[in-house]
Design a protein around this ligand. Structure first.
Ligand code: THU
Length: 140
């Protein structure tokens, strides 16, 4: 699969800032791990989300899914994502969990770049590399 189109550097800066801003809103009293995610949509809009935990731990919503749900709520079900940036306020490596990879792939415009914190700062991987053999409705 061809690599995703590179994201304009100034847009990437905006996405990173939106992700950091969203992470400040995280509700993470159980893990104290505050995550923010920002999505670049096809029309150029930026939508963000944060993780929201619950006393019943399994109900926790990750920042990536929170952002995706926010995008659908604001722009409707035809929304498509062009890029994803994930960050956390804990200065530690964290790649999107499996559930979020599947969730994001559903709304990816193509093979979108996903930027996330690694040991050296930030790394980018295409969603196709993060979620090989993901489930799709074509399988139904
Ligand atoms: N979390 C995210 O929001 N996104 C990720 O990519 C990984 C994990 C959240 C879930 C939970 O609130 C906390 O981080 C610790 O797992």
């Amino acid at each position: 699969m061809p690599l995703p189109d590179p994201i304009d550097a100034s847009i990437l800066i905006q996405l990173r800032q939106a992700a950091i801003d969203a992470a400040q809103h995280a509700y993470a009293p159980y893990s104290n791990f505050r995550v923010g995610a920002a999505l670049l949509l096809e029309d150029g809009s930026i939508v963000s989300g944060c993780n929201v935990e619950n006393a019943s731990y399994g109900l926790t919503i990750c920042a990536e899914r929170s952002a995706m749900v926010q995008a659908i709520a604001r722009f409707g079900p035809r929304v498509r994502v062009r890029a994803v940036v994930v960050t956390n306020l804990n200065q530690t490596a964290s790649s999107p969990c499996g559930a979020c990879r599947q969730f994001l792939a559903e709304f990816a415009a193509a093979d979108v770049p996903v930027y996330f914190p690694d040991a050296n700062g930030e790394v980018m991987q295409p969603i196709s590399a993060l979620l090989p053999f993901g489930f799709s409705s074509a399988s139904l």
